[in-house]
Design a protein around this ligand. Structure first.
Ligand code: SF4
Length: 275
C-alpha cells in the first residue's frame, strides 16, 4: 500500500472552511491507510476525485519523502506574506502506522523546530501522536484528536483503526505534558452515555469541537455522506441522530462540562475561544 514519492510542494494555502481555521494545510501523505476503518466510511476526502484518481479510499498511501526539506524551502516565502498557521492534516492522517517506518511526519516536525510556524494544529485519529510529545512541545502546537463518540463500533461498519480508549489515553499523555488538546466529535456518532462521556473527556482534553455530517462534509445538507452507509448506521443505534437536532442536543451537554470551550461546526475548528 505504501509508496514513496517526491512532492513538488508541501504548504497549501487554505481554501473553503479551512480558511477560517488556518492560513495553510500540510499533508505529509497522500491517501490514508486508515481509510478502510470506521472513520473512512464518512471521510469527506474520499470524494476528492483529483486526489483518489479512481482508487478506492484506504487502498493507497503515498509518503512525501521530501516533506521536511520542502517545508524549509517554502516557509520563509510564506512567512513574508503574513503569519503562517498550519493545519496538519486536512486530507490524510499525519500518524498512520506506516509513519513508524517512514518518519515523514517526524521529519516535518523536526524541520518546524528550526523554523516554526506561528501555530500548528495537529489533527489525528491515531494514538501514535503521543509518541511525538517532546517534538510537539517545542512548537506552538494544539493537538486535535478525533473521538466521535464513546462507541467503538457501529453495526455493519468496520472497526476503528485506534480504539476510543487509546485515543483518550493519548490525549491525557499530551495534556499532562503541557500541550493544549482538543477532542473532535466529528462527524458526531451517537453517544451511548453523554454525561459520563463528556465528564471523562475533561481528563484528556482542554476543549471539544462537535460537528455533524450535515453541514460538516463540505455540502450544506450532507449529500456526500448520505451516499455512504454512515447515516443508516447511526440511525440504527439512535433514531434521529442523522438530523442536526441531535448535534444541538449534544452541544447542550458538552457546554455543561466544557463551559466556554465548545466549538460547533466546521468553523469551530478555528477554536478562537481557546486562549
Ligand atoms: S484518518 Fe482522517 S483522512 Fe484518514 S480516513 Fe480517517 S477521517 Fe479520513
Amino acid at each position: 500500500m505504501l509508496t514513496l514519492v517526491e512532492a513538488r510542494s508541501i504548504l497549501t494555502r487554505s481554501s473553503g472552511y479551512l480558511k477560517s481555521v488556518c492560513s495553510h494545510s500540510l499533508n505529509p501523505y497522500r491517501g490514508c491507510s486508515l481509510g478502510r476503518s470506521l472513520c473512512g466510511v464518512a471521510c469527506y476526502v474520499q470524494h476528492n476525485r483529483f486526489l483518489t484518481q479512481g482508487r478506492p479510499w484506504g487502498s493507497f498511501l503515498e509518503g512525501k519523502s521530501n516533506a521536511g526539506s520542502l517545508y524549509l524551502a517554502e516557509i520563509g516565502r510564506e512567512r513574508r506574506r503574513g503569519p503562517v498557521s498550519i493545519f496538519m492534516s486536512s486530507a490524510t492522517d499525519p500518524f498512520p502506522p506506516q509513519e513508524r517506518t517512514t518518519g515523514i511526519t517526524r521529519s516535518v516536525l523536526e524541520a518546524m523546530v528550526h523554523q516554526p510556524p506561528d501555530l500548528l494544529i495537529v489533527q489525528t485519529h491515531s494514538d501514535l501522536v503521543s509518541e511525538y510529545t517532546q517534538l510537539l512541545l517545542q512548537l506552538p502546537t494544539r493537538v486535535h484528536i478525533s473521538i466521535e463518540s464513546d462507541r467503538d463500533r457501529l453495526p455493519g461498519l468496520p472497526a476503528p483503526a485506534c480504539s476510543v480508549a487509546k485515543r483518550m489515553e493519548a490525549g491525557r499523555t499530551l495534556r499532562r505534558a503541557g500541550l493544549m488538546t482538543v477532542a473532535c466529535l466529528s462527524p458526531l456518532i451517537p453517544i451511548r452515555e453523554p454525561e459520563p462521556f463528556f465528564e471523562r473527556l475533561k481528563e484528556s482534553f482542554d476543549a471539544v469541537i462537535l460537528d455533524h455530517f450535515v453541514g460538516g462534509d463540505g455540502t450544506s445538507n450532507g449529500t456526500r455522506t448520505r451516499v455512504t452507509a454512515f447515516p443508516a448506521a447511526i440511525e440504527s443505534v439512535q433514531p434521529g441522530a442523522s438530523r442536526l437536532e441531535y448535534l444541538h442536543q449534544m452541544v447542550g451537554v458538552a457546554r455543561r462540562h466544557f463551559p466556554g470551550r465548545v466549538g460547533v461546526g466546521p468553523e469551530g475548528f478555528a477554536a478562537r475561544w481557546l486562549k
